[in-house]
Design a protein around this ligand. Sequence first.
Ligand SMILES: Nc1nc2c(ncn2[C@@H]2O[C@H](COP(=O)(O)OP(=O)(O)OP(=O)(O)O)[C@@H](O)[C@H]2O)c(=O)[nH]1
Ligand SMILES: O=P(O)(O)OC[C@H]1O[C@H](OP(=O)(O)OP(=O)(O)O)[C@H](O)[C@@H]1O
Ligand SMILES: O=c1cc[nH]c(=O)[nH]1
Length: 478
Amino acid sequence: MDTKSAVDLMESSSEVHFSGFHMDSFEQRKDDIEQPTTSATNMYRQPFVIGVAGGAASGKTTVCDMIIQQLHDQRVVLVNQDSFYHNLTEEELTRVQDYNFDHPDAFDTEQLLRVMDKLKCGEAVDIPKYDFKSYKSDLHPSRRVNPSDVIILEGILVFHDPRVRELMNMKIFVDTDADVRLARRIRRDTAEKGRDIGTVLDQYSKFVKPAFDDFILPTKKYADIIIPRGGDNHVAVDLIVQHIRTKLGQHDLCKIYPNLYVIHSTFQIRGMHTLIRDAQITKHDFVFYSDRLIRLVVEHGLGHLPFTEKQVITPTGSVYTGVDFCKRLCGVSVIRSGESMENALRACCKGIKIGKILIHREGDNGQQLIYEKLPNDISDRHVLLLDPILGTGNSAVQAISLLLRKGVPESNIIFLNLISAPLGVHVVCKSFPRIKIVTSEIEIGLNKDFRVVPGMGEFGDRYFGTDDDDEQVVASSK
Ligand SMILES: Nc1nc2c(ncn2[C@@H]2O[C@H](COP(=O)(O)OP(=O)(O)OP(=O)(O)O)[C@@H](O)[C@H]2O)c(=O)[nH]1
Ligand SMILES: O=P(O)(O)OC[C@H]1O[C@H](OP(=O)(O)OP(=O)(O)O)[C@H](O)[C@@H]1O
Ligand SMILES: O=c1cc[nH]c(=O)[nH]1
């Protein structure tokens, strides 16, 4: 894949958003810094979208209210599928008892998609207020909804259309017994809507039950979580809220790609990054702090290897139940910069075999694999692929494709980076959804020369001392 095709792939992807980066500070400084070509206009925080489906009167509203209450310190917005009911025509109004409110066609899904797209892009939207008495949504002023961190989309059929499902980061199905749903419906429609019980039962047997069987129940299979007993299930709601909180604390790309791991940032890590990104840092310090960070990435990456249980006897004669390290592994470094990570890997895994791949860059458009030396039995090993910089993803795609051609299962590859540009992450994760990427920071984007920004310049030149400044030092020290 060349640079252009990687950019094309990114631009054609509806899921490509850049963030983890605050718009305000970007606005203030955008005149002072070099602009990333691919990301600046698309940058916003990506909200976490939760879909809540289930039969009518299953308790979806209660579950949503509980989630919203527990997420009190987050900006949460609830979007109800009911708001997108089509207005009934005059003819339909004359025979409203024959209108099927539980059929997918009763909803204006195109409008729902437009609204959700805007909210996902961080734009405020106006959501219609459907009036259940007049069966119209243009009677009342619409509801203004501002962008938020979490969007909950609730409704009987929110899992029906695949385009709507695609928008969701988490899908919940509220699963309540049919008799409980019917009892609630009778109570609600007779007490709140003043209907007589005969009409409620007629509507139930004519439309509600068949629609549940034909359209709602079949979407249960798309759920990530099924909540039995709806709002009575406090344990399930607690677990869901915990998961949402974890996701909100992560980089947005981690919400999209579950196999992307960004090591937990501390002030130590930020401090090391600050040093190695500084163009003025001495060569010695650049190497020293890069090595420290690389060691952390390598240790973190090793943590993703499979393990087996192992018991040992301690000097006190007690049994300690622990784990045994994964045996069959090897490293593969992408020459040259990847070689900077070999020492850390050797320091952690005594005697580990390390293969090499050389990818030649011709200008910025073409890259070619020109050398490889890999362990013969690499297909039986877990591979730690070493390259500190993930930019456009071109080198990574070449390297990973070679490993796959050599028979390494995709899920046996752990790609270790110091820094990763969002484009590279998208390209690698979309092309190879089963590999894991471990990195220490996600960058803003790429500049017009396809260099990572803010980045750290030409890593290989800085690490191995082949940059221009160094030539001057060498010349002056002669
Ligand atoms: N009778 C009648 N029913 C309607 C109308 N519009 C929507 N519905 C019903 O409303 C139901 C969808 O709303 P629900 O999912 O039950 O609403 P809810 O209050 O969120 O449900 P839970 O929170 O799960 O209890 C469908 O079963 C429709 O039949 C209407 O104008 N008349
Ligand atoms: O994702 P990409 O856009 O392909 O960029 C990343 C590649 O660039 C760097 O190598 P570079 O070409 O600078 O060579 P070097 O390691 O020899 O310095 C880096 O080590 C990656 O291999
Ligand atoms: O920013 C970049 C991109 C590729 N290689 C580097 O060393 N730095």
